[in-house]
Design a protein around this ligand. Structure first.
Ligand code: NAP
Length: 248
């Protein structure tokens, strides 16, 4: 029997990058997967691809995680389709960097709205079902930037530190109900989010990683799948850095 056989997992920002890898890994391990992303056609295409590749039931839905109304409506659709869910991967995120003196209120609000409030919105939408069934696993995708900060990323660092704080708060609040919450902090992972970064900057960053390479989305997905699964049944409130040793 597969590790996540017949479990139900919701992954946000799952049409590409790390979210897509998490959705794929969960489907490969037997889970039924709800794919949430900004555009309906992208979410549906990923859901269909997973169904074809792994033979699991899937559901693709357009959700802007910054909207609590959208999150609530999509959560109701998932519950109607699959029944109670077992796992939530709070992954959707963006960057909109600038040094503090140049950062606009719009940049601040947009990143906080998606990367921080989005995690609150989506988890809030499922907390009643987790509490009713007295089980569940929540994984917030943070970043090494949330622990160590980063030049030109006031908004992103604040949001990523915030999702660690939320995971720890939920670990304390919900742990007694057998609901676990953890955070994963990726380092530099090869996805479209790094798209705008000049090659020489990227090369410089990679040189700082003891393993001398960027990580792959699948390497984050493996950690997230572990935390979502019963293999992590006593892991609660953890902050797992997956960065090739970047910060040591
Ligand atoms: P990505 O390749 O840009 O993928 C992000 C996905 O989220 C895209 O499908 C995007 O849709 C979707 N999305 C964006 N805004 C959304 C919203 N408001 N509601 C729902 N979905 C939304 O990024 P990634 O590198 O996979 O990053 C995934 C997560 O890992 C993020 O939280 C990021 O901060 C974190 N992370 C990444 C790295 C890295 O090096 N890649 C490092 C540390 C942490 P569109 O394509 O339509 O915009």
């Amino acid at each position: 029997m597969k590790r996540m056989q017949d479990r139900v997992v919701v992954v946000t920002g799952a049409a590409r990058g790390i979210g897509a890898a998490i959705a794929r890994r969960c489907a490969e391990e037997g889970a039924r997967v709800a794919v949430w992303d900004l555009r309906q056609e992208d979410a549906e295409a990923m859901a269909k691809a997973l169904q074809l590749s792994y033979g699991v039931e899937t559901h693709g839905c357009a959700v802007d995680v910054a909207s609590s109304a959208a999150g609530n409506a999509a959560a109701q659709a998932v519950l109607a389709r699959f029944g109670p869910i077992d796992g939530l991967g709070d992954n959707a995120g963006i960057v909109a960097g600038a040094q503090l003196k140049k950062m606009t209120e719009e940049q601040w609000d947009r990143v906080i709205g998606i990367n921080l409030k989005g995690v609150y919105n989506c988890t809030r939408a499922f907390v009643d079902t987790f509490l009713a069934q007295q089980s569940g696993s929540i994984v917030n995708i943070s970043s090494v930037v949330g622990v160590y900060g980063n030049f030109g990323q006031t908004n992103y660092a604040a949001a990523k530190a915030g999702v660690i704080g939320m995971a720890k708060s939920w670990a304390k609040e919900l742990g007694r109900k057998n609901i676990r919450a953890n955070a994963v902090c990726p380092g530099f992972i090869e996805t479209p989010i790094l798209g705008d970064m000049p090659k020489e900057v990227l090369d410089g960053l990679v040189n700082e990683v003891p393993m001398k390479r960027m990580g792959q989305p699948e390497e984050i997905a493996a950690s997230v799948a572990f935390l979502l699964s019963d293999d992590a049944s006593y892991v609660n409130g953890a902050v797992l850095e997956v960065s090739g040793g970047l910060t040591i």
